[in-house]
Design a protein. Sequence first.
Length: 395
Amino acid sequence: MKRPAAKPVETISERSPTMKRPASAIAEHSGCKIFRIPAGFQLQCGEELDSNAFLAYQTYGTLNESQSNAILFTTCYGERSTASSVTRLIGPGKRFDSSRYFVITVNMLGNGLSFSPTTPGSKWPIGGISYHDNARAQRLLLDSLGLERLALIYGFSMGAMLALEWAVQFPKKVSSVVAVCGSAKTVPANVYFLETLQEALRSDPLAELADSKVITRFGGIAQPAAMDTYAAIYADWIFDAPMASGGGCPDAGRPEFARSRPGGRAYTEKLYKSAFGVDTVDDFLRVWREDFANWDAMEHYAVSSTWLRGDVSNNTVHNGDLRSALGSIEALVYIMPGSTDQYFTAEDIKEQAGMIPNCVYEPIVSPMGHAAERMPDVQPQINAAIAACLAKATG
């Protein structure tokens, strides 16, 4: 089937002056294409999305005549499509081989590259943006490219949650999904983690609140003091066990369901040294904190709010029935949780996987907690899952 011609797109540098971000950001994200979300886009929260809203995205390779070779690579928390964690995986002979596949990477709303609370002149919704909203907007983008079906959606962490959202919302549009270290619904430990992070931001003296809880700005400051606490809390959760004790829990308030998973050794055996190229835990924490400065605090808040409300069944079709939502998926799905992930917990994800009709549950055994997906020794396992999905989708 011949696909319709794609609509003209514009690059970041071609956007109007009122939509431009600072020069450094424009240079960093140069080469992204812009899709204008149609005016009147209704959000799940009941608000209407700003009429200037847009998605920033990139494409690689060529869509074949049968449209059977399209891959959507969804970004995760703390990641943009221009990050090396994305771009190093795409190209001829790489995981997502652009000589064989048409690969689309789309930035999540709120991440500082797509429409965000930091976009000059933006009106960010008080009720926030959901995964459901992101998937609907991305569907409009792919429609504009003439795409009728995706051979694969690949996602890690929040990207995995968005991939599963896609598979529920648009079951006829998705052939396969590989969801790594992510879930169909934000599980209790994850909720506790995210609420702890957001409470740290709300406690900042510069935080301006609406409805006593929703942060609207930090007085124009990109990195308020609370971001130090935010990053430190995250460091306590990213690996297998709380850093301060190597197994115990320095947060005495953590309920049992939010305590560390067994089997982790990242802090106790100093595995972070080789994984992150540092010599001491202080070096790791410094690099870790610097990485969080790449996003404005409002971007961290906006995207973590999307994460917090993750639930593929939260819609008018399934009305909160997770079994019904996951049971509607027609795609082949590989669910691959990290065995020691503290917040995307494997036991909760296994239960969700059992609700998907055509699902392969294949945990990634790693001592590196949520960072398992980035570890060199697990790449063959992930690549094999992707290959199996693409063989079925394109064979």
